[in-house]
Every structure is written in structure tokens, then in C-alpha cells.
Design a binder for this molecule. Structure first.
Ligand SMILES: NS(=O)(=O)c1ccc(C(=O)NCc2ccc(F)cc2F)cc1
Length: 253
């Protein structure tokens, strides 16, 4: 029988999947691509709508009915619209990120989810297409308190339970970007069902720093609804998936 490796060949790999995420990024195996452009990010803070605990993570959702918050350049052939951002994190600081770098886990990982509204009429259709989505991944490491993140952290007690939502009407996610422009990019998938192979991943090389209290604030969220037996929302990351026939490109030497 096929021997399953607990970390890399989990049953979570969808049958026939050739570009699943997350993956380990082996720095020395990534290939510098001089044709990769700088990533252009232009977000309008007024497009922020609400924060929502969906029972997997907490999402900050944006009005994606126009091109007011977009990314362009990088490995992308056209602009993509920001729909939401969310995080994945661990119960302790030793793990929590979905991607790893040279097999190192970070305590958390931010995903900014964008869709190709130039080619596809809706997000739901873009999710089904190979060039439908672009997700920026930013690693979080333990360090100084992140003032921009704090406005988000202060709102988390209001979305403690699954299926709670609060209005959150001004937030500029650019404040969560590291200062260094360097990134890796590869063709991958959603890391939660339906796991569709529709994501151009753009993983920032430089992490942002957050402090212990801010990570603990993530860990006090619940997977469970109000009235159910409480289950803390932690370890909401997918196991690493096989690289298969893929190359990770870097925007830097
Ligand atoms: N962690 S990740 O960045 O890879 C990720 C990003 C977005 C989604 C998502 O939108 N799911 C809901 C959803 C909503 C509609 C739809 F058609 C498909 C669909 F997956 C899931 C995972």
C-alpha cells in the first residue's frame, strides 16, 4: 500500500491534484526570474466592510463590486480585486503558518485573497479557473507589537463565536505588508475546501512582527457557535502538500 507521510501525504491531498497548497519553499531550489515585476498594491480603506468568524478563521471582507482595491504586476497578467483577508495560526508559537520556508513554520500566516475580475464575472467562477485567484501570503513572527494589526485585534472579542460578524468600515490592509518587496511565487490551490487549483501564490519573503498578546487574541476565538461546547480556534492550517512538477520562482537574487 502507499505509505502516507504524516506531514506531506495526508489524505487531504485531493485525488488527481497536481498543484496543491500549502508547500514548503526550499529557498535554494527557488529560481530567480528577472522578468518578474514588482507587485503593485492599491487598496482603498473605505472598501472595508466587516469582520466575520466563519468557523475556520476570521475574515475581513471588502466591497469587490468595483476596482477600488486591487493588485497588479508581480507574476500577474492583469489586475485582481481584493475580496477578503484572513489568517492561519497555531496553538503555540512553534507552528501555525501554512507555507514553510526551508521547513520552518511561522506562528501565523496572513492571506490576502484577490480574484481576476477582468476575465471572470464573479468570484465563484474565478475560484474554478487556473488563473482565477491571486493570494498574497505574509508570515507573522513573534516580535514587536504591530500597531496596524491592533485595531483588528481590538475587534476580535466581538466575533468570538462562529457565524458572528461586526461592521468594520475603515481598514487599510497595506499596513500589514512588510517593507521589503521580495516575494516567491508558484501555482497552487485554495488550502481549504473546495481546494480548487486556481491560485497564483505570492509569498512575501520578509515576515511582519506581532507580539504575544496579539497572537493570543487570535487563539481566544472559537471554532464553535454560541451555546455549543467551546473549541478554541487554533491550528487552522492545512498540512504541507507535495511540490510535484512545480518550480517556485523568486523576484530577488
Ligand atoms: N486559505 S486560502 O487563501 O487558500 C483560501 C482563500 C479563499 C477561500 C474561499 O473563498 N472559500 C470560500 C468559497 C466561496 C465561494 C466559492 F465559490 C468557493 C469558495 F472556496 C478559501 C481558502
Amino acid at each position: 500500500p502507499k505509505i502516507l507521510h504524516p506531514l506531506w501525504q495526508s489524505p487531504l491531498t485531493i485525488p488527481g491534484g497536481t498543484r496543491q497548497s500549502p508547500i514548503n519553499i526550499q529557498w535554494r531550489d527557488s529560481v530567480y526570474d528577472p522578468f518578474l515585476k514588482p507587485l503593485k498594491i492599491s487598496y482603498d480603506p473605505a472598501t472595508c466592510l466587516h469582520i466575520w468568524n466563519n468557523g475556520y478563521s476570521f475574515l475581513v471582507e471588502f466591497d469587490d463590486s468595483t476596482d477600488r482595491s486591487i493588485i497588479d504586476g508581480g507574476p500577474l497578467e492583469n489586475q485582481y480585486r481584493l475580496k477578503q483577508f484572513h489568517f492561519h495560526w497555531g496553538a503555540i508559537n512553534d507552528w501555525g503558518s501554512e507555507h514553510t520556508v526551508d521547513c520552518k513554520f511561522y506562528p501565523a500566516e496572513l492571506h490576502l485573497v484577490h480574484w481576476n475580475a477582468v476575465v471572470y464575472p464573479t468570484f465563484e467562477e474565478a475560484v474554478m479557473e487556473g488563473d482565477g485567484l491571486a493570494v498574497i501570503g505574509v508570515f507573522l513572527k513573534l516580535g514587536a507589537r504591530h500597531e496596524g494589526l491592533q485595531t483588528l485585534v481590538d475587534a476580535l472579542p466581538a466575533v468570538k463565536h462562529k457565524d458572528t460578524v461586526i461592521e468594520f468600515d475603515v481598514f487599510d490592509p497595506s499596513c500589514l505588508m512588510p517593507s521589503c518587496p521580495d516575494y516567491w511565487t508558484y501555482a497552487g490551490s485554495l488550502t481549504t475546501p473546495p481546494l480548487t487549483e486556481s491560485v497564483t501564490w505570492i509569498i512575501k519573503k520578509q515576515p511582519i512582527e506581532v507580539d504575544e498578546d496579539q497572537l493570543e487574541a487570535f487563539r481566544m476565538l472559537l471554532f464553535t457557535s454560541d451555546g455549543e461546547e467551546e473549541k478554541r480556534m487554533v491550528d487552522n492550517f492545512r498540512p504541507l502538500q507535495p511540490l510535484m512538477n512545480r518550480t517556485v520562482r523568486s523576484s530577488f537574487q
